[in-house]
Structures are given as C-alpha cells and as structure tokens.
Design a protein around this ligand. Structure first.
Ligand code: SF4
Length: 431
C-alpha cells in the first residue's frame, strides 16, 4: 500500500480489535408510552421505502446454556413452548394487521433464536406456514432455520429439506473437544461434524458459526477449526468471542477457573489467518462476520438495504428488530412475554428512535458490514456528503489505509476488514 504511514503502523492501526459495533439493543432505552405511541404511528402508515424486509420469528429456548452466551434464553420446556408458539402467532398477527406491514414485502423467513431446531418438524412447518399466510412473501423467498448440532437430528434435517428450507444456520463454535467442554457445548466435535455433513448431503445451504479468541485457544486449534469448516464445504460466520459481563464465562475468567483469552496480538493473528485461509479456498467476506461462496449471500435485500429496509423480529428476547428509524428488542422472559401478548400489546422492552444524526452514523456502519457507502445516496438523504459530515474520521481512516474513497463511494480496504468494528466506532456518538 502506498502513503506516508509505514506498513507496520498501518497494520497496527489500533491497539486491539473491537468486537462489538455501536448501536446494539443493549443500549436502547426502555420503552415509554411516548415511544410506543410513536412506533404505533409508524405502523399505521404505508411502507414507502421500496425495500424488501426479513421476517424473523424468534424461538428463545435452548436445551442448555453455553457459557459465552449473553442472550436471554429460556430453558426448554415442551409445555411452555406450546404456549409460547400460540403467543408468537398472536404477536405476528398484531403486526400483520397494521398498514405498514400490509404494505411491506418479505423475502426471508428466518427462524432465529435461541434454538429453533428444538421445534418438532410439525411445529416448524406450522409456524412458517403461518408467516406465509399472513404476510406478503415475495415469489422468490428463502426460509432459514437456526439450530444446534444436538437438536438438528437427521430426521428433522430431511423433513426440513423436503419442506423447502433453504438454509440452516448451525452453532458449531469449535471442533476442539476441550474447548467445547469448557464452553458447555453438549455434544462432541465428531457429532457436530456428522450433523453438518448430513445437512450438506441433503443439499441444504449450511452456515456454521465458529469462534476465535476463546480462553485457552491456541492458534493451532483455531486453524484446525477453520480447516475443518472448509473441508465440510460450508459457509462460515467467524466471530471473535465477546465475553460479556452477564455471561458465565466472564465469571469463570474473573475467578481464574478458565485460562485467559488470547492477547490482542494473537486475536488479530487468528482473524488474519482465517481471512487468508478462507479467501484462498474461494470464500469472500460478506456481512457482519461471514465468509461465503454463495452468491445469494452477497445479494440479500436485508443486508443491502441497511439501515432503511427492516427486520420484523418477534418472540421473547428477540433483539434485531428495526423498521425505519425504530430499533427494538422484546421482553426477555418467555412467561412475561406471553402475558404481555395476551394483554393485547406489542411485547417490546426496549425501543430506540434514531435522529437524523443517528441515521447518518448508521449509514457509515455499512463499512462494518462490508458494504460501500454510496456518497450520492447519502447526500440525497441528508443534504451533505459524508466527507462534509465526517471530514476528520474519513481523512484519518484513509491515511491509515483502512478505507478507499472515490467519486462514487467509500469502501473498506483489505486491511480495513481487519479493523472494521474499530472503524464503525469512529462514527459512534460516544466514541
Ligand atoms: S445455543 Fe445459542 S442462544 Fe442458546 S445458549 Fe448457546 S449461544 Fe446462547
């Protein structure tokens, strides 16, 4: 790379990699009567965004709790799950009756969570059919189901493939049995591998999550997991573990019950090594953390429409909801969620309404999801070019070789990919 800043300094653009971009549900304010009414007002209007959305019913039940998990999940109970599914349909119905949703189109039905693969195949199909019946689904749409390697048995995978599920998202996390045990992943690496092989044999687009920066993880263990993912012929979401204060892992780390996490230098090396291995094997980086070879992953409307499209998420503990300037997450406890829905109100717990300044910052986080920022579109929306709003940040990032700016757009460089979360933070309000 050219420029006055030496190469080593460019590679060490920051002292450590950020793993968590700004604007997450944890920072949203609690819902108030005022914000609730304002959201309901939006729902009573027509959706004129011309953007196709994602419909995301959330199944917030898990068979056990992974030690690194900071989501709110409910322990699996078949009785509670039955009640939950009824409430989930009621919540979906509340949205489906609004003008905004009636004038919206969805091209993805995504069963997220939690562990949707805990549903029986009949429950799964019933929920998807309910979505298809009550929402405007585009002619070409995708069904995706997330799950664990323990609950996605062969019978369920065969039935899902026969029904028309396009993609399964599987939390593999690591193929190192020692680390699996420490993270409280209930099955062995060999079993996880077998389930993934079955999904691939059935022709399902299979995306697996794998984690690096795990306490005690060596570079060799990480490379083995990356190579195994490539060998299994799957698409990969590659996350640096985020040890959140509300996790068991955080407590274990503080009590010295588990080895420390890799240092920032090794963490960086782990990401850079994975980047090289995946790209050499024909994968391309896309979205938040994915390496993929599937063309459709690069075209997903929901990704490319950020932050103007929308994800209609429903279910207890769901966190990814956004419609226009509103972002929301739902009540976490399944029981409280069911009670709220049965009272006839949307079970939202946190609701944030973005200002224009916030929306500008969100547009800049397109860099975090590896998308270019279209300068003209920015100007049409906000009356100014990004360079006029963020002159210092953009100058600094360009000098560091992290972004490229031309007449049309701003995009990440290969080096910028390594630091994309840090780049997102450059535009955050409370940097
Ligand atoms: S399976 Fe996923 S949602 Fe459930 S505890 Fe583990 S990480 Fe959390």
């Amino acid at each position: 790379m050219k420029g006055s800043i030496p190469e080593t300094e460019r590679e060490n653009a920051y002292s450590s990699r950020e793993t968590w971009p700004p604007y997450t549900y944890m920072d949203y304010p609690d819902i108030t009567a005022e914000t609730y009414n304002s959201f309901m007002e939006l729902l009573s209007t027509e959706n004129t965004s011309n953007k196709v959305m994602e419909l995301q019913p959330w199944i917030s039940f898990c068979e056990s709790k992974c030690t690194f998990c900071f989501y709110s999940v409910n322990p699996y109970s078949s009785t509670l799950l039955e009640l939950y599914l009824k409430a989930l349909k009621k919540e979906l119905d509340m949205y489906a009756k609004t003008k905004y949703i009636q004038t919206s189109e969805f091209d993805e039905i995504v069963l997220g969570g939690g562990t949707p693969s805990l549903l029986s195949i009949d429950q799964m199909i019933d929920l998807i059919e309910y979505c298809k019946k009550n929402f405007n689904i585009t002619e070409e749409y995708m069904i995706k189901v997330s799950g664990s390697t323990r609950s996605f048995d062969e019978k369920k995978l065969v039935a899902a493939a026969e029904y028309g599920v396009y993609q399964v998202d599987i939390g593999a996390q690591t193929f190192d049995n020692k680390l699996r045990k420490m993270l409280n992943l209930p099955d062995s690496a060999e079993h996880a591998e077998q389930v993934i092989k079955t999904a691939r044999k059935l022709g399902l687009c299979t995306c697996i999550d794998i984690l690096f920066n795990i306490p005690g993880q060596t570079l060799e263990s990480w490379i083995d997991t990356v190579k195994k993912a490539i060998e299994l012929d799957v698409e990969v979401d590659c996350y640096s573990i985020n040890v959140h204060p509300r996790t068991v892992l955080d407590k274990q780390l503080k009590a010295g019950q588990v080895p420390p996490q890799p240092d920032p230098e090794l963490e960086k090396k782990m990401y850079a090594t994975a980047y090289e291995l995946f790209t050499q094997a024909g994968y391309r980086p896309v979205g938040h953390d994915r390496f993929s070879r599937v063309e459709w992953h690069f075209k997903e409307n929901c990704l490319n429409g950020w932050p103007w499209a929308g994800i209609l998420t429903t279910g207890s503990g769901c966190i990814m909801g956004y419609l226009q300037k509103f972002s929301y997450s739902n009540i976490e406890s399944a029981k409280d969620y069911i009670a709220a829905v049965n009272e006839g109100r949307l079970p939202i717990a946190k609701l944030s309404k973005s200002t224009d300044q916030d929306m500008m910052r969100k547009v800049m986080t397109k860099l975090y999801i590896r998308l270019p920022v279209d300068k003209q579109e920015f100007k049409e929306r906000f009356g100014k070019l990004p360079e006029e709003v963020y002159p210092e940040q953009l100058k600094r990032l360009k000098e560091k070789g992290l972004i490229e700016i031309n007449e049309k757009e701003i995009r990440l460089t290969k080096l910028g990919d390594l630091w994309k979360a840090n780049i997102a933070w450059e535009f955050a309000e409370n940097k």
